[in-house]
Ligand binder design. Structure first.
Ligand code: CTP
Length: 224
């Protein structure tokens, strides 16, 4: 497949996108985070806007400019992202491009955690975060098309198709991370997109181009 979606391919549609990492606070000066740059999600939001959609972008802590015409909601933690995304429904499309932390500290320390004399270790107890993507897919106001991302280092199709089924989403865009083909902290990307009964490879290309191709694929698979 090539290029950008047809002009107006998403006219009249509301597209909700999540992007970036989440930061899970440990104490007032420390957090658990990840290396997501947010670039892919921001590029998807921009491409959806250019295709005519009304776009709401829920962004984790990133230093990226808001694409023109896109409504942005800034959040920090997985819990805040969960609340902001579910609160922004209904939408016709949800694209979960955020690298949501899977675990968060059980307790946020009110004060900076100090080193203790005689102890060389610190044990952090982490608990699971809510799964934003699965909760959107199971929501009474479920978007017609729910798109997830999967960051995989190996056995990409196996794990991506597993997430497609387990989270009951319509499309999974698998990102090969840790390899030469793209992923976190890079400007180029390759996506393998899977759905029940099909697949499509997008890129390698700059993230903006891959995002435009993904939006074209989404527009083509959105029920009329
Ligand atoms: N996701 C989410 N909420 C979470 C965790 C993940 O919405 N708490 C979404 C991501 O936005 C992405 C998809 O789930 O669209 C896949 O995330 P990924 O981290 O690749 O997979 P996991 O489901 O967390 O599985 P694993 O860690 O086993 O790879």
């Amino acid at each position: 497949m090539s290029g950008a979606p047809a002009a107006g391919a998403l006219a009249g549609k509301r597209v909700l996108v999540s992007a970036g990492p989440t930061f899970e606070d440990i104490d007032p000066v420390r957090f658990v985070g990840n290396r997501s740059s947010g670039k892919m999600g921001f590029a998807v939001a921009e491409a959806a806007r250019e295709a005519g959609a009304e776009v709401v972008l829920v962004a984790g802590p990133v230093h990226l400019d808001t694409p023109a015409g896109v409504a942005r909601i800034d959040v920090r933690s997985a819990a805040q992202m969960h609340a902001a995304v579910l609160g922004a429904l209904p939408a016709d499309v949800y694209v979960g491009a955020a690298a949501v932390a899977d675990f968060t500290p059980r307790r946020v320390s009110e004060h900076k955690i100090k080193k203790t004399a005689g102890s060389d270790t610190l044990v952090l107890e982490l608990v699971r975060t809510p799964d934003v993507l699965a909760d959107v897919a199971a929501h009474p106001r479920r978007p017609a098309l729910v798109v997830g991302f999967a960051a995989e280092t190996h056995e990409v199709e196996h794990y991506a198709r597993g997430k497609l089924a387990a989270k009951r989403v319509d499309l999974i865009a698998a990102n090969l991370v840790g390899g030469a083909e793209g992923g976190f902290e890079r400007d180029d990307n390759t996506l393998a997109v899977y759905w029940h009964g099909g697949e499509q490879r997008l890129g390698p290309a700059p993230k903006r181009e891959v995002a435009a191709q993904l939006v074209a694929l989404i527009a083509g698979r959105l029920p009329a």
